[in-house]
Design a protein around this ligand. Structure first.
Ligand code: S3P
Length: 749
């Protein structure tokens, strides 16, 4: 990747300049590293610390010798850059690559354009985001740039060869390089770096004028220390940065002072709702900042990829509590936010999907406390109380968030854009956009009806009678939620029963929903009244443990307080048809949803033709059911399940590929699959079903967990690639699975 540079000349041996020089020298990226500084003392240290091969007092001493393949790095404080550029201009050949490390790019680019009369193609503006409150050559650190971001702001005039050379240099010292426009760079850095430094200096200065310095530091708690760490940074450097980026800094400073003024007023008025709102939103934003930045700024989270390695064999046993139901968790946030009053949710799923919904409502001004141990308190704003979010609502991997929100947001007064991760960005949204447009909504999608969805505000919706073309609870819910805002009555007719949590929960919030057979209707213009919600354990997550017990001889496991809504129990019905031993204990009803403890013990399974009426009732459970089918005696046939092809992955293909890798005879069909169950040749039916091998979850949580369960009946280890998304629906899956008796190790790469 890195291309050898002939000579690297670093002008200015501060922390950044000297660290770059030493990193490049230590890693052998250049034939010679030359340093220059105004300070003779620095030059002596640079030699004795092994920062450079050679030093020069005057840049003239070396500039004339340089040519193609040589790189000059201007590493001086921002306001000194013009002096150096003026000095260099008559000396350097136009083949020498020039770059800089200043924290402000606009002022540097203006200087270069002025001195050269235009931007020379040899100039590559750059900025490593690797500061520290330490400064100078004494702080030199050759690993300073490892995994840190370097932003380059190449201009149209910048030559590709020069850009490539500078990129290689930074990559060679371990940095991750991003390109950005000069204006974006200066605005983003004003907000995320320059303003915080200004504030830290201001706070320390204010407090030190109030009391004796010493006293402050003696009593200072962690907060003061954390907040003001950066006030120990190089004052000249930060002076230069703030002066050089004055406009962008002033703009964000104005926003902040307005915000502080409104907090001041909230304190005067004892407006604790306002204070709590700001604090909860900010604390959540801070907790999720990597994800939010992924959407908005320069820092891509450097998360590692997680693979699972499953040791073969074992059985499951014990009593376990599975995390909360994902569908119900989403809906609790949505309806709680739109209700009048305070809704308390317990058992909330703290998975990434439901947290995406929670964050979206915070972004629309709803005060939401928690989650803490599954408890969330939502301060509802009323059906018309949402506020325009500052930017697009980022919904991660969550199809449910996007489809249900599109209904709720179709009739708001503001415009909104819904975006998601790579997988969500490929999923079909026309199925919700089409009925919403019939209701009068104005929605744009990307080509092929894919996200992002751009919804225009200020539309009055009209009720429709919508006959769903596919059995989809998300589409049904979307239309009903839009119906809350429509004139007159909205009805949905579904081709087969799908999960009815929206209808049940609307009733729980006091909104009348009429239901007759396949038809549900409601009339717009009503109100939701806050209520408390106890979210049962998610039967879709429980499925992995049910299948585990059903396939592993000797298993006996009880799953506590699981939702057994009749529209969700296809997995129980199908497993029972296959011969599984399942008991429902302690049946009860909580908040309008039936629950039970599910006990399941190993019993031999046999293959079946899965009745098509069970498909929507087990729609999320098929990946795991395919594993059960592979362990059953005889053939299992699934038809009428083409919807599986448009889930988080094409679940028919992803499972067929993985099962085939593990030696199972499967045939995918357009709307299902045929699986020949049974043991590996030569072994009895209780023996091994799966060979070992490496399978890919295709970033789909349910595929990952299904193959983990297959390990119970495997001959050798199974490695499952790309399991990060298990966190979308089942945080803590590996720990709970291992507690029950599986043997899964997470491997990070
Ligand atoms: C869900 C509905 C189902 C399901 C999804 C959650 C819901 O999707 O697959 O995981 O909460 O309404 P479809 O409506 O697309 O079938």
């Amino acid at each position: 990747m890195s291309q050898k540079i002939n000579r690297l000349v670093v002008i200015g041996l501060g922390l950044i300049g000297s660290s770059l020089a030493k990193a490049a020298r230590d890693r052998g990226l250049c034939n010679e590293v030359i340093g220059s500084s105004r300070s003779p003392e620095t030059l002596v240290k640079a030699i004795s610390n092994g920062v450079v091969d050679r030093v020069v007092d005057q840049i003239e001493d070396v500039a004339n010798e340089l040519g193609e393949g040589d790189v000059v790095v201007i590493g001086v404080p921002t306001l000194t850059v013009p002096t150096i550029v003026r000095q260099l201009q008559p000396l350097l050949a136009d083949t020498v690559t020039i770059t800089d490390v200043a924290s402000v790019k606009g002022s540097v680019v203006d200087t270069v354009a002025e001195v050269y009369g235009q931007i020379p193609r040899q100039f590559v503006p750059g900025h490593p985001i690797a500061g520290s409150e330490k400064s100078g050559v004494d702080a030199v650190n050759s690993t300073l740039f490892d995994d840190h971001r370097v932003i380059l702001t190449p201009l149209p005039e910048t030559g590709a060869d020069h850009l490539h050379r500078v990129k290689s240099l930074w990559q060679g010292v371990g940095a991750v390089v991003t390109d950005m426009s000069v204006a974006d760079h200066d605005e983003i850095l004003a907000a995320t770096s320059h303003l915080p430094h200004l504030l830290a200096y201001a706070l320390v200065d204010t407090l030190s004028n109030m009391r004796e310095n010493q006293e402050i530091f003696r009593y200072a708690a962690g907060g003061f220390r954390d907040f003001t760490r950066i006030a120990a940074s190089d004052p000249l450097m930060w002076h230069d940065i703030i002066v050089a980026n004055d406009k962008a800094v002033l703009s964000v400073l104005n926003q902040l002072t307005d915000h502080i003024e409104s907090l001041k007023q909230a304190i005067v008025a004892s407006d604790s709702e306002k204070l709590l709102g700001v604090f909860t939103r900010a604390s959540e934003a801070r907790n999720h900042f990597t994800k939010m930045l992924e959407n908005k700024a320069y820092l891509e989270p450097m998360t590692q990829t997680i693979d699972y390695r499953v040791t073969p064999g074992g059985k499951v046993s014990g009593e376990i509590r599975i995390p909360g139901d994902k569908s119900i968790s989403h809906r609790s946030i949505m309806l709680g936010s739109l209700a009048k009053g305070v809704t308390e949710v317990t058992g909330f799923l703290e998975g990434e999907d439901s947290l995406a919904t929670l964050q979206a409502f915070r972004d629309m001004g709803v005060v939401i406390e928690g989650p803490v141990d599954g408890r969330v308190v939502i301060h509802g704003v009323g059906i018309n109380g949402l506020k325009a979010p500052a930017g697009p609502l980022y919904l991660g991997n969550s199809g449910t968030s996007m489809r249900l929100l599109s209904g709720l947001l179709a009739a708001q007064s503001f415009d909104v854009e819904l975006t998601g991760d790579e997988s969500l960005s490929k999923r079909p949204m026309e199925r919700v956009a089409a009925p919403l447009r019939q209701m009068g909504a104005v929605i744009e999608t990307e080509e092929g009806g894919r996200p992002p969805l751009r919804i225009k505000g200020g539309q009055q919706l009209r009720g429709i009678d919508y006959v769903l073309p596919m059995a989809s609870a998300q589409v049904k819910s979307c239309v009903l939620l839009a119906g809350l805002y429509a004139d007159d009555k909205t009805s949905t007719t579904e081709p087969a029963p799908t999960r009815d949590h929206t209808e049940r929960m609307l009733s729980g919030f006091g909104y009348q929903v009429n239901r007759q057979g396949a038809v549900a209707d409601l009339t717009g213009g009503g109100e939701l009244v806050a209520t408390n919600i106890d979210v049962p354990a998610d039967i879709s997550s429980a499925t992995f443990y049910m299948v585990a017990a059903a396939i592993a001889p000797g298993s006996d496991i009880t799953l506590l307080h699981v939702g057994i809504n009749p529209t969700r129990i296809g997995v129980i019905n199908i497993l029972q048809m296959m011969g599984a031993d399942i008991q429902l204990l302690n049946q009860a009803e909580v908040g309008g949803e039936p629950v039970a403890d599910i006990r399941i013990r190993y019993a031999p399974l046999h293959g079946i033709n899965i009745p098509e009426d069970q498909v929507p009732l087990a729609i999320d459970e098929f990946p795991a059911l395919f594993v059960a089918a592979a362990c059953a005696e005889g053939q299992t046939v699934l038809t009428g399940a083409e919807e599986l092809r448009v889930k988080e992955s094409d679940r028919i293909q992803a499972m067929a590929d993985g099962l085939q890798t593990l030696g199972v005879d499967v045939k995918p069909t357009p709307d299902g699959i045929v699986i020949q169950g049974g043991a590996i040749q030569g072994e009895d039916i209780q023996g091994n079903i799966f060979g070992g091998g490496t399978v890919d979850s295709e970033d789909d949580h349910r595929i990952a967990m299904s193959f983990a369960v297959a390990g119970l009946r495997a001959k050798d280890s199974i490695v499952i690639k790309n399991c990060n998304n298990v966190a979308t629906s089942f945080p803590g899956f590996v720990a709970l699975a291992n507690q029950a008796g599986l043997k899964i190790v997470e491997e990070k790469r």
